[in-house]
Design a protein around this ligand. Structure first.
Ligand code: GSH
Length: 257
């Protein structure tokens, strides 16, 4: 993917989407998929993984990614803000159910995947927990310290993260099983919604797609693929098959970043 610099993006109009360049970050991949499905044209802009990203901070006051900037509106970096921006700007079928109860369920499930203390958040705490417990002698300590400090790590939260991931995956597996028992194809309601997209993109943190579908460096793959068996087992075969189906039919393969 060809990225613009922050400097270029500042002087552009339209919709710009700041993404961590070169890696399949689940929040960024989800934002890209949501924009694509809503047919929102955007200019990709590079953020540096774990970098100080000074120019971005000077412009928007936000260091990480993704960040969507539409015209001269305020920047949007939370998954829900980005989703509602795509709903407003885009066209075609909505990614948010119209039925109020289905809508609430969809947004709640999406939070459990992409929000604070959701699946992505707690898998990240799991990833940094080992090196932080091992201490500064661990080769991954510096990386883990930075990400731990940036995203809510405490020794207590780190220790609780694995069970939290298992609980979320068990709950998503049960939700899909209920839907399938009712003859329904998607996680909520009768149609594709944003939560299917969040699951399809965040599942990489549990059972990464292969290199042909989602190329990544050996180190990155080892990190994404480091779930202990109990976490992996909490994602039912049907839930993983649903990821494959949503990637093939909605998100688009291979992932490109
Ligand atoms: N702002 C997002 C969360 C985004 C997020 O956690 N991004 C991380 C993904 S690991 C990131 O940008 N990491 C790269 C970095 O911190 O430099 C939300 O609230 O939905």
């Amino acid at each position: 993917m060809k990225y613009h610099s922050i400097q270029e993006a500042r002087s552009m109009t339209g919709t710009r989407l700041i993404l961590t360049a070169g890696v399949p970050g689940p929040w960024g991949e989800a934002a890209k998929a949501v924009f694509r499905l809503r047919q929102v044209a955007y200019a990709p802009v590079a953020q540096e993984l774990g970098g100080s990203n000074d120019e971005q901070v000077a412009w928007l006051g936000i260091r990480n990614a993704p960040v969507a900037v539409h015209e001269d509106e305020r920047p949007r970096s939370g998954w829900a803000e980005i989703l509602f921006l795509a709903e407003r700007l885009g066209s075609g079928p909505s990614l948010i159910p119209t039925d109020p109860a289905e809508r609430a369920l969809m947004l709640g499930l999406a939070h459990e995947i992409a929000g604070e203390q959701g699946l992505g958040w707690t898998r990240r705490l799991m990833i940094v927990h080992g090196p932080l417990q091992a201490g500064p002698a661990s080769p991954a300590y510096g990386f883990a310290r930075f990400f731990g400090d940036s995203y809510g790590y405490t020794a207590e939260a780190g220790a609780a993260a694995e069970q939290r991931c298992i609980d979320i995956l068990t709950m998503l597996s049960a939700q899909l099983a209920r839907q399938q028992a009712a003859g329904k194809r998607y996680l909520v309601g009768d149609a594709l919604s944003a939560v299917d997209v969040y699951w399809a993109t965040f599942a990489n943190l549990v059972a990464p797609l292969d290199d042909a579908q989602c190329p990544m460096s050996t180190d990155f793959r080892a990190m994404y693929d480091s779930s202990p068996p109990a976490v992996r087992a909490a994602a039912s075969p049907a839930l993983l098959a649903h990821r494959d189906f949503v990637c093939a039919t909605a998100v688009g393969l291979p992932f490109e970043f």
